[in-house]
Design a protein around this ligand. Sequence first.
Ligand code: FAD
Ligand code: NAG
Ligand code: NAG
Ligand code: NAG
Ligand code: NAG
Ligand code: NAG
Ligand code: NAG
Ligand code: NAG
Length: 535
Amino acid sequence: MRILSINFALLSTFLFAISLANSDGSNIQTLVQCLISHSQPSHPISTAIYTRNNSSYLSVLDSYIRNLRFNTSTTPKPLLIVTALHESHIKASIICAQMQGIEMKIRSGGHDYEGLSYVAHVPFFVLDMFNLQSIDINIEEETAWVQAGATLGELYYRISQKSKTHGFPAGVCPTVGVGGHFTGGGYGNMMRKYGLSADNIIDAQLIDVDGRLLNRTTMEEDLFWAIRGGGAASFGVILAYKIKLVRVPKIVTVFKISRTIEQNALDIVLQWQDVAPYKLDHDLFIRLTMSVVNGSTTIENKTIQATFRALFLGDSQRLLSIMNESLPKLGVQQSDCHEMSWVESVLFYTDFPIGTPVDALLSRTPQSSYITHLKRKSDYVKEPIPREGLEGIWKKMIEIDATALTFNPYGGRMAEIPEHEIPFPHRAGNLYKIQYATNWNQGGDEVANHYLDLTRELHAYMTPFVSKFPREAFLNYRDIDLGINHQDKRSYFEGMRYGIKYFKDNFYRLVQIKTKVDPHNFFRNEQSIPTLPKF
Ligand SMILES: Cc1cc2nc3c(=O)[nH]c(=O)nc-3n(C[C@H](O)[C@H](O)[C@H](O)COP(=O)(O)OP(=O)(O)OC[C@H]3O[C@@H](n4cnc5c(N)ncnc54)[C@H](O)[C@@H]3O)c2cc1C
Ligand SMILES: *[C@@H]1O[C@H](CO)[C@@H](O)[C@H](O)[C@H]1NC(C)=O
Ligand SMILES: *[C@@H]1O[C@H](CO)[C@@H](O)[C@H](O)[C@H]1NC(C)=O
Ligand SMILES: *[C@@H]1O[C@H](CO)[C@@H](O)[C@H](O)[C@H]1NC(C)=O
Ligand SMILES: *[C@@H]1O[C@H](CO)[C@@H](O)[C@H](O)[C@H]1NC(C)=O
Ligand SMILES: *[C@@H]1O[C@H](CO)[C@@H](O)[C@H](O)[C@H]1NC(C)=O
Ligand SMILES: *[C@@H]1O[C@H](CO)[C@@H](O)[C@H](O)[C@H]1NC(C)=O
Ligand SMILES: *[C@@H]1O[C@H](CO)[C@@H](O)[C@H](O)[C@H]1NC(C)=O
């Protein structure tokens, strides 16, 4: 009986594989034909289609894979890639995907931590936005139109070419794509002063399920609400966002200071926790990263190093007086402080050596330290972690010796914006967000599972110290452990599992909007907003 069922399983896998191979070929042909017949003669789509037999197919696919875990020969691959060159190519992709019943993944910068923008376990193709990267800055109006395929680095650079006193609050890593980042919230080191990227979006161009190009005036206000933090991949394809630029001083100050346990890190971290979120000036953001150092030596030599990385929107003198008053235990000296332009601070913050030319922001190749196999998770902290708590966490980190924790302080503008203003709900009451970061350099499922388990172990250990009911999480720190809406039963209730963590009760409004604008759930992925169940 047992042998029989195993054979049956093998046989059906075999038959499934054959049928997939056959249907793939004809699927590709029909899809290509459909795309061509739905494109405009003035903007031919044929030069934007990369089928599997095209010698550039793999390199186009790899170019925007930002997690080596999903850059293997066994990672499921798209039937084809459409590297859209014009809005009509997006429209054709949306129409043909529905006609052929093929899943469509939307990719801009490819930084999704779980690869949801380019991996699926059903037949699918990728609508790749990287060619649509124009940036139009209007300094008089203090606004910009930015296309989804632009990177954060390009945006920062273009702003700096037009003005030394403007910037934009968005993420730290310059290769991140605007398309996924803004729509997932988007935070960076000006968050306490100006909020999230999504808080500073004032218009958008979106192509909906019927292939219509909408903007803020022509889309429902509800939909415009949803795509600012709710993840546009559930609602349509973002072609561009219009953003409100923010003011920055001509000179800002940065520092990066590290202290180990032996150098009094514990007292400093406790003082940081007390002041960084709510007591510090909104002009000052101090990110804290804790990692295991000397990890490769014997256990007795391992220690925790706490690194404090600051951006201050002002000069070093004022910074020193704030530090002296609020966080004297860190002992910041004038010699730790570096004054520079805001755009130079972007490079400093992401670990480029001081003096690196700012056009390094235009490179679409990540710095080598970012090219790894990785896993990320998130948490929110609402009560200070007591001294013994931190000691226990550090002991656990040393034991695990794989995962760094970054604490990003909230407060400031983040606490002023109401929880229902946009779908991103983590506002007043949060001290800081934790990022769990595990990187490794070796391929293979066994190694990956080892590191995934270690990351989950630390996350489980943290339970007493972090938010509860729900245990909140940040959408842009995509984490498939929070739940998956399975392909065969994308149910509302499965969607609730991760949806409530990412959006708290904004989830229910997102579901209403989703049901209205995409009732047949075309725009979907493993963690998209589900439609209301039909009874
Ligand atoms: C090295 C690194 C550093 C990071 N730093 C930060 C940080 O400082 N702050 C922060 O908030 N986050 C950060 N992140 C997370 C990052 O913001 C998210 O991964 C974000 O979604 C990436 O956007 P993307 O366009 O590059 O990714 P993609 O993988 O292309 O897209 C991510 C998601 O958005 C969807 N999507 C992409 N483009 C569109 C579009 N045009 N229309 C509709 N849906 C679309 C995709 O389908 C997918 O679901 C970082 C990630 C990495 C890898
Ligand atoms: C590649 O595949 C496409 C789609 O299946 C097909 O139209 C084309 O003829 C193939 N080209 C070559 C050179 O095999
Ligand atoms: C691959 O596809 C691109 C885009 O459609 C096309 O320009 C190129 O000629 C193709 N290469 C080959 C070898 O078919
Ligand atoms: C991804 O895999 C391809 C194929 O093995 C390889 O050529 C490429 O270098 C890999 N990318 C990175 C960043 O390692
Ligand atoms: C929005 O779209 C409408 C209709 O296409 C157009 O008239 C209007 O100018 C657009 N608004 C902006 C800001 O582009
Ligand atoms: C690592 O260990 C060596 C040798 O014990 C020591 O000199 C060094 O300071 C340690 N590094 C840190 C960051 O503690
Ligand atoms: C560990 O530290 C001790 C002293 O603190 C030193 O003597 C020893 O060499 C170190 N071991 C390693 C492997 O670095
Ligand atoms: C720091 O504060 C102390 C007392 O609060 C004061 O005496 C000292 O001058 C201050 N130092 C600086 C550099 O501001």
